[in-house]
Ligand binder design. Structure first.
Ligand SMILES: [Zn+2]
Length: 213
């Protein structure tokens, strides 16, 4: 106990567990947990299955919100399919978690994401559009996800992702990533360019259909 208290003094936790309740879903009964960032009050949602405390190799998806894909059914990205796939996987496992981070558009915000879409409609690819708006390729942060995993008491995770940068980002924040579980990527005529760009520009490990790869 003494060492735990010392740890808390040395490193104030970036998030606090604010609310928790059972949530029946089509993926089974999950625990809906809201964490708040202490510095900003910003809230993030975590869907948890089973007891994670002290667990090794917990299937975890760290997912950044995508209003256009997840709410409007946009075909410009694969966020909704990846989220559904992760919830299915976690729901059918003994334990797991989907950490839903409120960082829209790779961290640039909703309005700037739609501005980037306007540039894409004029011919830019997803990374060129962000650069034209003055943003880097990817402003997503993983410190919040790492702080949440620490609070959940997870010892190591099996990360559901195709993105090597996400694995590296979490490892830099001190999270033990035991292995990668491939995330689902389904191509359609609207997102094939986006998926190819992700694979070519940032080394996403995406297996596309032979017909579209
Ligand atoms: Zn999306």
């Amino acid at each position: 106990m003494a060492s735990a208290r010392l740890h808390a003094i040395q490193k104030p936790q970036a998030v606090e567990l604010y609310a928790e309740a059972p949530l029946p879903t089509k993926h089974g009964v999950l625990r809906a947990i809201v964490f708040r960032e202490r510095a900003t009050g910003k809230e993030h949602m975590v869907a948890v299955k089973g007891d994670l405390h002290g667990a090794e190799g917990v299937p975890v998806r760290v997912h950044s919100e995508c209003l256009t894909g997840e709410i409007l059914g946009s075909l410009k990205c694969d966020c909704r399919q990846q989220l559904e796939h992760a919830l299915d996987l976690v729901g059918s496992s003994e334990r797991g978690a989907v950490i839903y981070l409120r960082q829209e558009g790779r961290g640039i915000g909703l309005g700037n994401k739609i501005r980037a879409y306007a540039l894409q409609a004029a011919g830019a690819d997803t990374y060129e559009a962000n650069r034209q708006l003055g943003f880097g390729d990817d402003l997503r942060r993983y410190d919040v996800a790492a702080a949440i995993l620490e609070q959940l008491g997870v010892k190591s995770i099996d990360l559901i992702t195709n993105n090597p940068l996400k694995i590296a980002g979490l490892q830099e924040e001190g999270i033990a990533v035991r292995r990668r579980i491939p995330s689902l990527a389904q191509s359609n005529p609207h997102n094939i360019g986006y998926l190819r760009t992700k694979r070519e520009r940032t080394g996403h490990l995406i297996e596309l259909d032979k017909s579209t790869a």
